[in-house]
Design a protein around this ligand. Structure first.
Ligand SMILES: N[C@@H](CCC(=O)N[C@@H](CS)C(=O)NCC(=O)O)C(=O)O
Length: 266
């Protein structure tokens, strides 16, 4: 058996998968991509993942894309410990939450991160011509347009405000859900928690914890539980390079007053 994960150090989607791999105590090999350099657009990687995104899991000769599909695959292929609730109704609820993280939270956090910090990294690394070339290679036109817009205008760009408002709505619903149970889908740590945790960590790293602290107590308690989770600490939090964490914090602090104003009208 040979499990290979194509990932990047800052990818939230890859972090979800690393957490599930750790829960299953699976040994895996890594292929690390630098997304700012544009490794995801190499012909060899596009042959594995035509959308030019990480993660991709290769298990012997089977190629699996999409973090949620990978996590479901891992839970089916390596059933112990199970990361799905016992009741089919609760599994449906879990999947609805995972879908919300994929459809709403992932793009919203991605745009917010790019608007806050990654645009600065890109500006430091690339000339105007190289930037144009990088954007032109993004296969999904909607993603390309969002990225160009926040690259130019940062948190003041319209897609950033839309993303933050969308995030606000989901965090409200999540806080309500977490008033009912310790974990997102009932009393068992599940694929929904694995899917959510990297995004809340990202917001925390950006120093945006004011989105829940003093405002969404159930989400705050859940995040403290997640932060104490050994696998989350080992394979997600502790793997983030210090230099990157510092950049997230530095640029995040600068934009927090604007973020707070957009979300809460402060
Ligand atoms: N729906 C995909 C989304 C993957 C995705 O957007 N990955 C980001 C990193 S979290 C990426 O590879 N971005 C490439 C880029 O920024 O060009 C999944 O869940 O696997």
């Amino acid at each position: 058996m040979n499990l290979v994960l194509y990932h990047s150090v800052e990818s939230t989607c890859a972090q979800k998968v690393k957490l599930v791999l750790a829960e299953k105590q699976l040994v895996w090999e890594e292929e690390k991509l630098n997304l700012r350099r544009g490794d995801q657009f190499s012909p060899a990687y596009l042959a594995l993942n035509p959308k030019g995104v990480v993660p991709t899991l290769v298990y012997d000769s089977v190629v699996i894309r999409e973090s949620t599909v990978i996590n479901e695959y891992l839970d089916d292929a390596f059933p112990e410990p199970s990361l799905k609730p016992a009741s089919p109704a609760v599994v449906a609820d879990m999947r609805l939450w995972v879908k919300t993280f994929d459809d709403d939270v992932h793009p919203a956090v991605g745009v917010t991160t790019y608007a806050t910090v990654l645009r600065h990294q890109m500006q430091e690394m690339k000339s105007e011509a190289e930037l144009e070339d990088h954007f032109a290679k993004i296969p999904d036109p909607a993603r390309r347009m969002r990225q160009i817009s926040v690259h130019d205008c940062g948190i003041d760009a319209e897609p950033a405000a839309v993303a933050l408002k969308q995030l606000d709505g989901v965090l409200d619903r999540l806080d309500m859900q977490l008033a009912e149970s310790s974990w997102i889908a009932g009393e068992q740590f599940s694929l929904a928690d694995c899917a959510a945790a990297p995004y809340i960590l990202r917001l925390d790293m950006l120093q945006f914890s004011g989105l829940w602290e003093g405002r969404r107590p159930n989400l705050g308690s859940w995040y403290r539980r997640v932060s104490d989770h050994t696998n989350f600490k080992n394979v997600v939090v502790n793997q983030i390079p210090q230099s990157l964490a510092e950049k997230f914090s530095q640029y995040g602090k600068q934009v927090w007053p604007k973020v707070e104003a957009i979300v809460f009208g402060a």
